[in-house]
Design a binder for this molecule. Structure first.
Ligand code: GAP
Length: 458
């Protein structure tokens, strides 16, 4: 399914909130984008060459957070379940896959150009189909043309017909074309699922709003294969489960909702779809789609490949094509929602404290080890402390600047606990542990530290 749009965005700067987003919380948006750059979470790509539009690089802190988002998803969708297995399929694939899936024929958006200002828009997302939202010109659009969103390239040294390949625009098809391989090797039977996390590529006409819509992004998708009669029940199950996943990872209920698609919004393959929506700074928008895809995908690939893609139910002596329920989320978009939801400011001693109140599982670092001073007598034992904790968790180590500034830096990247080693620590073998959210401090024996943190960092 395609995204609910934010409205068209002029081809300029993706880190500006789209101009059409009325009532948007621009302040929050700008603060999170600035914090991301300042603290090494997300950088605009190829910046030293002037930037490469709509691509982003995840910095030293961002790469940890993005991994944690994916790890949290994998944990609940694969690790904690007996009925789901994983897959890592190829990104490059031949046209036959996309012909069967319907992407060559259907995966396109209607594109119009404004003759007055040259801006390019998705026609289906314009508030008024004859007015250019960039320059307000009326009746200046070119005839709409369908623009296929797949990136095409060539395999091998010869270009031209017969050598085209596509970068996948979704991870889903990798699961469908491996259905039989997985079924026979994993010894699963419906209901069971195949999960995958990986990069997808779409030549979006209107990328924008930071990492919300980019041309290269990461998806986290599950294809859950069920007996046809159970499809509705599993569709409802996955709608609930996926909404709860975001709640369980710290997003407030008032910022989340489930919205069922109207009939005219449904994709060519889907009979029912609901989106988990998040209250982004510009309003409600899609985080994840849960679709009842019926038997569309397996039937299409069976017809195009000539392979049987069905399940033989020995107990009932019955052969059937499983139906598919698909919860499809974006990892990069989810990370952005976590950042927006966690950002907070408060006045502390006449100073504004910026804090990311991230769920522990999502926080880039779990602990920061901070020697009170750079003196060698503290730095040595602090490295030992770091090693002890780093064996269990991702730990930051910082000996620069005054301790207050270091606490604030850790607050800004969402580190739940700071452990300070001071001169008394040399004598009493204890450290001060500071809590990110309450800023409360406790003194703890080093010997008890791992257990104490282990009880809290679930
Ligand atoms: N297999 C179904 C599918 O791909 P989709 O709604 O097109 O469905 C699923 O994509 C999720 O992938 C979206 O809900 C969104 O989180 C993410 N996504 C899609 N296009 C994206 C883009 N251009 N940039 C970032 N994330 C995107």
């Amino acid at each position: 399914m395609r995204d609910v749009s934010l409205g068209a965005m002029a081809e300029s700067d993706d880190t500006n909130l789209s101009a059409e987003s009325s009532g948007a919380d621009r302040d929050l948006f700008d603060k999170v984008v600035n914090l991301s750059k300042r603290r090494g979470i997300v950088f605009p790509s190829a910046e030293i060459y002037g930037g490469f539009r709509s691509t982003y690089d995840y910095g030293p802190v961002g790469v940890l957070m993005l991994r944690n988002v994916k790890e949290a998803w994998w944990r609940s969708m694969v690790q904690m379940r007996t009925d789901v297995v994983g897959l890592d399929a190829a990104i490059l694939s031949p046209p036959a896959v996309w012909e069967a899936s319907g992407h060559l024929a259907n995966f396109s958006d209607p594109l119009v150009d404004c003759r007055n200002c040259g801006a390019r828009h998705r026609l289906d997302k314009l508030d008024d189909p004859v007015v250019c939202p960039t320059c307000d010109a009326r009746g200046q659009f070119t005839e709409p043309r369908q623009f296929n969103l797949m990136f095409q390239t060539h395999a091998g040294p010869v270009q031209g017909a017969g050598h085209e390949v596509y970068l996948r625009p979704e991870t889903a098809q990798g699961m469908f074309i491996n259905f039989a391989n997985v079924l026979y090797t994993s010894r699963k039977k419906p209901p069971f699922g195949i999960a995958q996390i990986g990069k997808s590529f779409r030549n979006e006409i209107t990328p924008g709003n930071f990492v919300f819509r980019t041309r290269e992004f990461e998806q986290m998708e599950l294809e859950f294969f069920v007996p046809p009669a159970e499809a509705q029940r599993w569709y409802e199950y996955w709608c609930d489960a996926r909404l709860n996943w975001y709640l369980d990872h710290g997003i407030a209920p008032e910022k989340l909702r489930l919205r069922a698609h109207d009939a005219d919004e449904l994709s060519h393959y889907s009979s029912d779809t609901s989106d988990v929506e998040f209250l982004f700074p510009w309003g409600w928008d899609e985080l994840e789609g849960i679709a009842n895809r019926g038997d569309y995908d397996l039937t299409q690939h069976a017809a195009h490949s000539g392979e049987k893609l069905e399940y033989y139910d020995q107990a009932n002596n019955e052969r059937y094509v499983p139906h598919v329920i698909e919860p499809a989320a974006g990892a990069t978009r989810t990370m952005m929602a976590f950042l927006m939801a966690a950002y907070d400011e408060e006045l502390v001693n006449d100073d504004i404290r910026h804090v990311l109140r991230l769920h522990h599982r999502i926080a880039p670092y779990k602990v920061a080890v901070l020697p009170l001073s750079k003196k060698a007598e503290l730095v040595g034992p602090c490295h030992d402390l770091f090693e002890m904790l780093a064996a269990r968790w991702m730990v930051d180590y910082d000996e620069t600047q005054a301790i207050g500034k270091r606490y604030r830096r850790q607050d800004e990247i969402g580190t739940p606990y700071c452990v300070t080693f001071d001169f008394d620590s040399l004598e009493d073998h204890a450290v001060t542990v500071r809590d990110r959210d309450s800023m409360e401090q406790v003194r703890l024996p080093i010997a008890e530290l791992v257990d104490w943190l282990g009880e809290r960092l679930t």
